[in-house]
Design a protein around this ligand. Structure first.
Ligand code: OAD
Length: 264
C-alpha cells in the first residue's frame, strides 16, 4: 500500500477507534463489488443506460405499469442472486466495536442485512417491501429462485404488477421515486444518528441526491469527524476529515484492521 494511503488509513482508524457513536452512510458504490450497478458511474451507471423519468417516477408507473414493475422485479432478482462483499461484511463487523452504530443506506438492496447488519435505515426504501399504490398496504415480495438471475437488467422484462387483495389497487415497488418524500421516521432517525455521532463514515455515494446528501453537510456543520471512502473524487470530500481513496471492499477491511489490529 502506498505510504500516503497507509498514513491516511491510520489517522482515520485512530479517530474511529476513539468514537463511541458512529453513523455510517452508504450508497450504490458499496454494492458495486457485488455486481450491482451504481447509478452515475460513466458507462456502467444505471442512469447512463436508462432514463430515470421512464422508470423512477410515479408518473412513469401510472403510464406503463408493466414496464416499471418488470424493471424493478428484474433488479430485485438480480440482488437476490448477488452476495454481500467485503465492504458489507466489514461494516457488520464494525458494529460490535463501538457503543452505538447506525447504518444509513440509500440502497434499496438487502446486502447489508445479509452481511449481518441490523436496524439498517433505508432512506430510499427497499426492493423487498412493495406496497399498494392506493391503500399503502405493504407486501413481502415472494422470493424467486436464484437461477432467475440475470446480469444485465433490461427494459424488456415487462411484468404486470399484482393487485392488492384488499382494495384492488396496483402494487408498486417499495422504493422512493424522484419527486417523492423519504419515509419520515427513517429520515428523522438518520438525522438524529448523525447529530449524535462522533464520526460519520461515508461510503460509495456520489452525494448528489438530496436530502440524503445533506447528511454530510449536517455532520460537517456539527463538527463531527468525517471519513469518506470512494475510488473517485466527490463533492463531499470538502467536508471530510479523512478522504480514503479506493474501493469499499478493499479500504473498509484495511480501516478496521488498522483500528482494531488485535481483532484480526
Ligand atoms: P451513484 O451512482 O450516484 O454514486 C455511486 C458512487 O459510488 C460514486 O461516487 C462512485 O465513485 C462510487 N463507487 C463506485 N464503485 C465503488 C466501490 N467499489 N467502492 C466504493 N465506492 C464506489 O449512487 P448513489 O450516490 O447511491 O435514488 O445515488 C444516490 C441515489 O441516486 C440512489 O439511492 C438512487 C439514485 O437515483 C433512488 O433510487 C431514489
Amino acid at each position: 500500500m502506498p505510504s500516503v494511503q497507509l498514513q491516511r488509513i491510520q489517522s482515520a482508524a485512530g479517530m474511529l477507534r476513539h468514537a463511541t457513536r458512529v453513523a455510517v452512510m452508504t450508497g450504490a458504490g458499496i454494492s458495486a463489488e457485488s455486481g450491482i450497478a451504481t447509478f452515475r458511474d460513466a458507462l456502467t451507471g444505471v442512469w447512463q443506460r436508462f432514463r430515470a423519468e421512464d422508470l423512477a417516477t410515479l408518473q412513469a408507473f401510472r403510464r406503463d405499469p408493466p414496464l416499471v414493475w418488470g424493471w424493478y422485479e428484474a433488479r430485485r432478482k438480480q440482488v437476490l442472486a448477488s452476495s454481500p462483499n467485503r465492504g458489507h461484511y466489514a461494516l457488520a463487523k464494525l458494529a460490535p466495536q463501538v457503543h452505538q452504530l447506525t447504518l444509513i443506506t440509500q440502497n434499496v438492496d438487502d446486502l447489508h442485512e445479509r452481511a449481518g447488519s441490523t436496524g439498517v435505515l433505508h432512506l430510499h426504501g427497499s426492493l423487498f417491501e412493495p406496497r399498494c399504490v392506493k391503500c399503502e398496504m405493504r407486501f413481502e415480495a415472494a422470493l424467486p429462485a436464484a437461477d432467475e438471475h440475470q446480469r444485465g437488467v433490461t427494459t424488456d422484462e415487462r411484468e404486470t404488477p399484482p393487485l392488492c387483495p384488499d382494495c384492488g389497487g396496483m402494487i408498486r415497488p417499495g422504493v422512493v421515486w424522484f419527486g417523492e418524500s423519504l419515509p419520515q421516521d427513517v429520515w428523522q432517525a438518520a438525522k438524529k444518528a448523525v447529530q449524535e455521532c462522533n464520526v460519520l463514515l461515508i461510503v460509495g455515494t456520489s452525494g448528489v441526491v438530496q436530502p440524503a446528501a445533506g447528511l454530510a453537510e449536517l455532520a460537517f456543520r456539527k463538527r463531527k469527524g468525517i471519513i469518506q471512502i470512494n475510488p473517485s473524487t466527490t463533492g463531499q470530500d470538502r467536508f471530510a476529515t479523512h478522504v480514503l481513496t479506493g474501493a469499499a471492499g478493499t479500504v473498509l477491511p484495511q480501516l478496521l484492521q488498522a483500528a482494531w489490529p488485535e481483532q484480526e
